[in-house]
Design a protein. Structure first.
Length: 381
């Protein structure tokens, strides 16, 4: 019997997403790198490797993890990026990286010679100052953004120092038309530069795994772009790789009534699904008491608010219209618990850290990792 709470990664659902990623790459010639900032649960990397070309990172720790657990397979690439590297970490970063992307001219000038001396290809992040993002907090092209350089003339002055560029200006963008129009704009601003490069990364945030997404049109757009400029196109999918491939399974610890039914589960959005708090979203409720059910979010006198167990007053998974009231001991599972979830888990309130459980293609559950007091204590000092 598994003890809640736990994250359950569903391998069949994971592979379904990855098959779509691979098909896009096969059709377009693009290469796909897993964005570790979104998902870094390396216990399933062996399942992911056949579909992806490597990893991309946002820090020294991530690039090391990518090299050790993904890039240890021949032919897999490890890309390094950070908003800012410190002088005391750059040598170690370069020891793991197959390519390194600098965020600014200052960073490029400071570290390019070291990269060149070690034979590591160098890239620069560029910011087109336009984006497809519904959230200002996640918008790379927000006003006064620090994410990348934007002046084509100044970028041209350093073109001899770089072999490629990275452009990340999408966030949960499920519109091919919006993506294509954005790429048109990017080409109008930076197209002349691309002719001098070997590779262009178009980042992540493109929700091409949606059932009705015109994947073939996207593939053609990417292939045409690649052939026009003579560059290798990279994509950096995160959410696209793991969308709906995991759930957070919890148990109801208590029920109350204060104007409407309330329930408290043995997990916390502050600690275990932080993006819900950051973006003020409701967790998708996918399972209750071991029975699949259709649940719609409502706000009525009879709808149930499901709370986390931390002391934060706003630790709320969501408000739901249920077929019957929740009872103490019921199992409740929240969906889409992989992307930007496990990478952000924390020890707020010392709430028990969810185990990581893998569900294989035969439906067997394997406990990959458990956490206890020693982990909580070791996270502090």
């Amino acid at each position: 019997m598994l003890t809640t709470p736990y994250y359950q990664i569903d391998i069949p659902a994971l592979k379904q997403n990855l098959a779509t990623v691979k098909r896009l790459c096969d059709l377009s010639g693009a290469k796909a790198l897993l964005a570790l900032k979104c998902f870094a649960t390396w216990g399933v990397f062996e399942e992911m490797k056949p579909y992806l070309h490597g990893t991309t990172s946002s820090s020294l720790n991530e690039v090391r993890l990518g090299k050790e657990e993904f890039g240890n397979t021949p032919g897999k690439e490890t890309h390094a990026y950070s908003v800012a590297y410190s002088a005391d970490e750059i040598d170690e970063v370069l020891s793991y990286a197959d390519k390194i992307i600098f965020n600014s001219f200052n960073q490029l000038h400071a570290f390019k010679d070291k990269a060149h001396s070690k034979g590591v290809p160098v890239g620069l992040r560029i910011n087109p100052k336009t984006s497809n993002s519904s959230f200002i907090i996640a918008d790379p092209a927000r006003p006064f953004s620090r994410l990348g350089e934007h002046d084509p003339d100044k970028i041209h002055q350093v073109i001899a120092d770089i072999t490629g560029v990275m452009i990340h200006n999408n966030c949960e963008n499920d519109s091919f038309e919006a993506f294509s129009a954005s790429l048109d704009d990017i080409e109008s601003k930076f197209g002349e530069l691309f002719h001098h490069l070997e590779w262009v990364s178009l980042g992540g945030g493109i929700h091409f795994i949606a059932p009705d997404y015109p994947l073939e049109e996207l593939a053609k757009r990417l292939k045409d772009f690649s052939e026009k400029y003579g560059v290798q196109v990279y994509l950096e999918p995160g959410e696209a790789c793991i969308h709906q491939a995991a759930k957070l399974v919890t148990t109801v610890l208590d029920t109350l009534h204060n104007g409407k039914p309330l329930a408290v589960v043995d997990a916390s959005i502050e600690a275990h699904m932080l993006d819900l708090l950051i973006y003020r979203e409701t967790a998708p409720l996918v399972q209750v008491n071991d029975h699949n059910c259709h649940i719609t979010s409502q706000e009525t006198d009879n709808s149930t608010i499901i709370y986390g167990k931390s002391c934060l007053a706003g630790d709320i998974f969501g408000e739901y219209e249920l077929d019957k009231p929740l009872a103490i001991g019921d199992k409740v599972a929240f969906g889409n618990a992989a992307g930007y979830t496990m990478v952000k888990k924390n020890w707020f309130n010392g709430v028990a850290m969810p185990s990581i459980v893998i569900c294989d293609e035969q439906g067997e559950l394997k406990v990959q990792k458990t956490f206890g007091y020693a982990d909580f204590k070791a996270s502090l000092s």
